[in-house]
Design a protein around this ligand. Sequence first.
Ligand SMILES: [Mn+2]
Length: 432
Amino acid sequence: MKIVTTHKGTDFDALASLVAATVIYPGIIPVLPDSINPNLKAFISIHKDVFDFYSPREIEPDEIKTLVVVDTNSWNRLEGMKKLEHRNDLEIILWDHHSKGDIAADQINHENFGANITLMVNEIHRKGKIITPVQASLFLMGIYEDTGNMTFTSTKAEDARAVAYLLERKADLHILSKFLRHAYGKKQKDILFKMIQNTSRREIKGFNISIAGMSVKGHIPNLALVVQMYREIVNVDAAFGVFTDTARNRTMVIGRSDLDEINIGAIMKGMGGGGHPGAGSALLKSTDLSVIEEMLVDIINGNQQTSVILRDIMSYPVITVNENTKVDEVAIKLRECGCTGLPVVDNKDRIVGVISRRDFKKIRKEKQVQSPVKAFMSRSVISIDHDKNAIDAARLMIRNDIGRIPVMKDDHIIGIVTRSDVMLYFYDLLPD
Ligand SMILES: [Mn+2]
């Protein structure tokens, strides 16, 4: 048996991805978690005849041979699939746009597009599969919901292309406005107003952060968009809404960030949730605002160091040569790795120099290729500490006109940061 399933608390992107999987894998059984978002309930009840979903309770886990997981990559977010986690004869295929999770898949389809359905629409388009207008409408809702109508900074050009394709495939915008709740209805306006009243601003690591706590009753749609608006209005680098539902004994934390340096997805991961660099959320059992605030501040403080430090962008393992290696052997090594230079270390693995192709010009006599490399290496090594960030590395490269800097920890070289590592970071191509 081949099934496809998605995360509980299913939203439109997840539902769209589930349906898209039935198009990509004909005959696959779509398993929809029992806990789904309220606006999804309305959509499904109206389209009962069109879609045929199974509940996790109707599936016998032992009969599953292939499991397709869409719009999530963590076992925790699946419903009724716990039993499958340790089966090693199970084929797992993943379609996801979130940062790394704990599902070890045999086949991974991952892009950091604004919506997961974009990834799957691409595949449908590529394979020339036919989709119905209802499917196209549902897919479009998935994109609009996950990208905040294409306004979230996580939105990619591919999302826009997928929208164009779905409109060509007769996606119905009337349906969209019926089911995607308006972001700024009365409920949301009231919450935004209260958030602004309850706002607290603070500076953490040089960034302006704002946390607003308040109590809510029941599920309120589009809180993420409210937090986004809130961040813009109070004009901070990152904003967090802490929404406590005392009756249900839980708190929803939603974050929005305008800067790469404040990675909301990573911060929320620290609270047991998840998301993208610009947006994310976590659901907590605690309802004590001061405790949650403190937790948030702690994580941001720690996260600052982990999200942008060189350790995360450097290349490793590093190829080094011992200072006593003969020059001709070093030349071979350089050619093999395609590097322009290599760090030279002593017997205790401490860095003592750098040898580059340029240094070989110093060789005059044939027999010198038998000399140890330390005779020709340059001894002035510019290195950088592992807890420095990409900007520090870039400055050092520009100032010294070098393209590679060894990254050091406690006198040992643990990686190398290159110009392209730094470029990738600045151009936001860093995989999360
Ligand atoms: Mn999604």
